[in-house]
Every structure is written in structure tokens, then in C-alpha cells.
Design a protein around this ligand. Structure first.
Ligand code: PLP
Length: 411
């Protein structure tokens, strides 16, 4: 008899976007003429930059000739892309990496989801709350989470680090033993960042406690302020304790093309049952070469074009476009006397619902009275209750229209 992985029965995650879709569909069926604007999902809307398109086209043409056709490539990625990543994203910031410390993949979601499997099942996982749900759910599937406690909207074995307006969205260091710490900066969903001083506390904590930091910087390209760290490796000692995840999805419009990379420095160590140190890089390499067959040559050529002078200029424009939307949302909403966070170094605006409305109550008000779909903060964790996420990834026209509609609401 085939039995299921019982851990899957503990999953609660799909509730959020399924419930958003259910309420939206119901509203549309009752109000067929409503012009709904979605500032809900974190997907980009602008076309791919020209330089990327040229890179992709050229690679497609190469595939047509026997002499330049490519089959399976290296599972870790082609050197031309690995070198471009290292030169531009790291060396330019004084960080030295070798090509065998960078692993190209077809997305950060897979990488942040898969990374947990190289660690022991009894590892204690810490996450910020609110949190990108993939970190939690993949640990639930693996069996690390313990039971879901409905009243708390939390899992019993996961250590939650609340981030809210009271602590300015700066998580406190855990007050109990943890092994793996997921950090995401700029943060999805709050749009907030950590300073170098704050991030250093985490690196020092990880070193002192032999923890590993899983640092997701999918939104790094959106950082506008000079002193905000773009890579955790800007912090002294981080190469011993941190794995960094980056994606071309939000940087260059690759959500549908699929390309990302993960940095696993050779110095990062974890321990076996006997207490022997094992380089995590070896385990990840083994995992990837066994279960992943590489990101396509065509895609990697498109990604490498991001680092050409034209590519850099075009992605800067793309980021400017979305960040101008973020400013419109931020300022429009702040002008109503509503507390807003994020939107300065990230394409997410996190607002405190007025009059202590619950996240779902605010969702319904926005949908019913302004025909706008956003994302209830509580869907990202209990500390998100009373908050709401709007994204800057819409068109300028829709963003402006949405803000005008919100301005006409009575709170
Ligand atoms: N990490 C964070 C924090 C995200 O918000 C997202 C996508 O929304 C991802 C990772 C996934 O990125 P990718 O498209 O590379 O899978």
C-alpha cells in the first residue's frame, strides 16, 4: 500500500492565495462590471529588457547549428554566467568568490525550498514573522515543524521572530537554541531592510552558535539607499555561516523565464552525528548534481546579458519604473494618515490597517469599495495580523488609479 508523507497533512500554506482568489472570484461573479486592479501577487508585469531578449535570441540560433548546439550543461551553471555573477555582483563589492561556490538554478523558490534537505531533520528552524511561506512549508513537508497550533497560527517546533511596527521590523536574536535561520532582505512581505550593524549581530550569533543563515536577497536590485547591505557577505565573517540566494526574477523580469543562483562558500560548515565538520558546499553540489540537470543554456545566455552595459542600464530603468510605483503607493497612503512601511528599498508596501481592522477585514473593504486586490498580512504569519501588503509591480496607470480609489475611501 502506498502511504503518503504524513507531514503534508500539517500544511496550512495554500490557504492564503486560495482564499484571496476565492473572495475575488465571488466578488466578480456578483459584480461583473467591476474593474478590479490587482496589487496582490508579487509578479512583474514589464517585458524583458532588450539586452536579455538579444541574448536569448542568439542562444536559440546557436541551438540550430550542429557546431554550436548544446545538450546537457554543467548542473552548477556555465562558466560564462558564473563569472559574470562573481565579477559584477560580488567582486565589484570587494567580495571574492570562486566559480565552484556559485550554483545557477531555475529559481530561488526551488533553492530556498530544497536547501533544508541537506540538514538534519532535528535542526531547529527560525523564521521571521511575517515570512515568505516557502521557508516554513518546506520544513513542514520535511517533518521539522512539529504540529500546527491553530490558536497560535504557528507550528510548535519552529522558532518565530516577530517583526512589527513596535520593533521597527527588526527581529530580535532567538532566545533559544536554533540551527538554521532564514533571513530575507529586502523583506518580502514587509519591504523593510536591515542595516549592516543589525546584520552583523546575526552573523556573530551564527558564528557563536554554529548556526547557518539562509539569506534570501531576491529583491537586492531594489535597494536604493547607499548603506543598506546588498549581500550578507559584506559583513565580516559571513562567508563562514551564510548561504545567499539571489534571483533574476525580480531583477530582470525573469519570473517566467526562470533563472537564479545560490552562493555556498567553501567555508560554511555543518556537523555530522560524530561532530565532524562537513563543508555544506559539497552536500549542495551533490544534491544539485543528483536531482537537478541544469538551467537551460538559452536561459543562462539571457541572464548573462543582464551584466552587459546595455543590460545594466535597462534593468536599472526597470527597477526605477517599479520603484516609482512604490513611491506613488507609499506617499498616497501615508497622505491618508495610514502608517506605511517598506517601498523605499523594496517593491512591497506594508501598511498598518487603519482603526485596528483585521487584515481580512481590510482586504474585504478594499475589494468591495475600491475593487482592489491586495494581500492580507496575516497570511504571512500571525505577526502580520492588522497589516496589509501592496505591490509595486503593476502598471503605472493601474497603480495611480488604485491609489486614487483608496483616497476616496472612508476609514
Ligand atoms: N524569495 C522571495 C523572498 C520571493 O518573494 C520570491 C518570489 O516571489 C522568491 C524567493 C522566488 O523567486 P524565483 O522566481 O527565483 O523562484
Amino acid at each position: 500500500m502506498a502511504k503518503i508523507n504524513q507531514n503534508y497533512k500539517q500544511l496550512q500554506g495554500s490557504y492564503l492565495f486560495a482564499e484571496v482568489a476565492r473572495r475575488r472570484t465571488k466578488f466578480m461573479s456578483e459584480n461583473p462590471n467591476a474593474q478590479i486592479i490587482s496589487l496582490g501577487i508579487g509578479d512583474v508585469t514589464r517585458p524583458l529588457p532588450e539586452a536579455v531578449l538579444s541574448g536569448l535570441h542568439e542562444a536559440v540560433d546557436e541551438m540550430a547549428e550542429a557546431g554550436s548546439f548544446r545538450g546537457y550543461g554543467p548542473e552548477q551553471g556555465y562558466d560564462f554566467l558564473l563569472n559574470a555573477i562573481i565579477e559584477n555582483d560580488y567582486k565589484a563589492r570587494g567580495i571574492d568568490l570562486k566559480t565552484n561556490e556559485v550554483f545557477v538554478s531555475d529559481g530561488s523558490k526551488c533553492d530556498v525550498g530544497n536547501i533544508q534537505e541537506i540538514f538534519s531533520l532535528d535542526s531547529v528552524v527560525a523564521v521571521t514573522d511575517p515570512v515568505y511561506p516557502v521557508y516554513v512549508d518546506t520544513n513542514v513537508m520535511a517533518g521539522r515543524s512539529g504540529e500546527y497550533v491553530k490558536d497560535l497560527n504557528r507550528y510548535s517546533n519552529i522558532v518565530y521572530l516577530p517583526c512589527n511596527a513596535e520593533n521597527n521590523f527588526i527581529p530580535s536574536l532567538p532566545d533559544k537554541k536554533v540551527d538554521l535561520i532564514y533571513l530575507c532582505y529586502p523583506n518580502n512581505p514587509t519591504g523593510m531592510t536591515l542595516s549592516k550593524e543589525e546584520l552583523k549581530k546575526w552573523v556573530d550569533f551564527a558564528k557563536a552558535n554554529k548556526c547557518i543563515i539562509l539569506y534570501d536577497s531576491a529583491y537586492e536590485a531594489y535597494i536604493q539607499e547607499k548603506d543598506v547591505p546588498r549581500s550578507i557577505y559584506e559583513i565580516e565573517g559571513a562567508k563562514e555561516v551564510a548561504i545567499e540566494f539571489r534571483s533574476f526574477s525580480k531583477t530582470a523580469g525573469f519570473t517566467g523565464v526562470r533563472c537564479a543562483y545560490t552562493v555556498v562558500p567553501k567555508e560554511v560548515l555543518a556537523y555530522d552525528e560524530e561532530g565532524n565538520a562537513v563543508p555544506v558546499n559539497d552536500l549542495w553540489n551533490r544534491r544539485q548534481t543528483t536531482k537537478f540537470n541544469g538551467c537551460s543554456y538559452i536561459t543562462q545566455k539571457g541572464a548573462a546579458a543582464v551584466y552587459t552595459p546595455e543590460g545594466k542600464a535597462q534593468i536599472a530603468k526597470l527597477v526605477d519604473y517599479y520603484m516609482a510605483n512604490a513611491k506613488i503607493i507609499r506617499e498616497g497612503i501615508a497622505g491618508l494618515g495610514i502608517q506605511v512601511f517598506g517601498g523605499v528599498n523594496a517593491p512591497y508596501i506594508w501598511l498598518k490597517t487603519p482603526n485596528n481592522m483585521g487584515s481580512w477585514e481590510f482586504f474585504d473593504k478594499l475589494l468591495n469599495e475600491a475593487n482592489i486586490v491586495g494581500t492580507p498580512g496575516v497570511g504571512f504569519g500571525q505577526s502580520g495580523q492588522g497589516y496589509f501588503r501592496l505591490t509595486a509591480f503593476g502598471s503605472r496607470e493601474n497603480t495611480e488609479k488604485a491609489v486614487e480609489r483608496i483616497k476616496n475611501l472612508q476609514f
